[in-house]
Design a protein around this ligand. Sequence first.
Ligand SMILES: [Zn+2]
Length: 246
Amino acid sequence: MSIRINSNLLDKFFSLYRSSDQISLANLSEIILFTCSINQVLRFVVTSDFASQIQNTLNDTGLYFYSGNLYLSRKINGWTSISNDSMNNKDYEIETLLVMGYDDSSVKDCYEKELNGDFHNSGKYFNYPDCCITNYPLISSSEENWANTILELSGDGPYPCWSNRLATGWGGTSLSGELFPCSLHCEHANEIGKSTYNSLKELGLKRLAEEFLQQSLFPVIIHMNGKVERAEHPSMHNHNLIKFKL
Ligand SMILES: [Zn+2]
């Protein structure tokens, strides 16, 4: 595969990554797919100050930006409910949804659809497979039990590691970025993860590619309450150990 890479843009993203813990490793997967022109748009949910810093850092790159307030209610197990309305929930934080890309109308359309929770239509800008978009409401309605729902949808393991979103439950990264796969066996979702891995290697970021891969291959345990744990001592949990493979 030959990739088209904007290295000036990638350098600027790395400087932002170094300057703030608001860009996660999962975001980094999305950044790689965007700078390699595999994804049309890139989206962040960050503080308003950091959203301004991102725009200032990238202001000479020809990108278009759209941003606005989002209301976040953080749950356990790495799940965050997001709404464009504070509703009656007093227990929320306000953050900024920032969407960017090179085509003004795509960025605007994606931003509006994300803000309004129309993920079925915003997902196409991130190359999310239709099957995964279709199953997303089922996963998101599970809230803090999202990992158990993905597991139920996935059937028997061991599972391919390429779209292992479960790893984000223990603070690890997923090669398919923020995509929730319809099944860990989903071939389309796994192709996205392979693209990220191959792009990282082509960019000369071999150590980062291997780190992402190791995190995706780590066995996990999912507890009844939905908590995802990295299995540090796999032999102790043989019974309900969730295993991944290449
Ligand atoms: Zn799928």
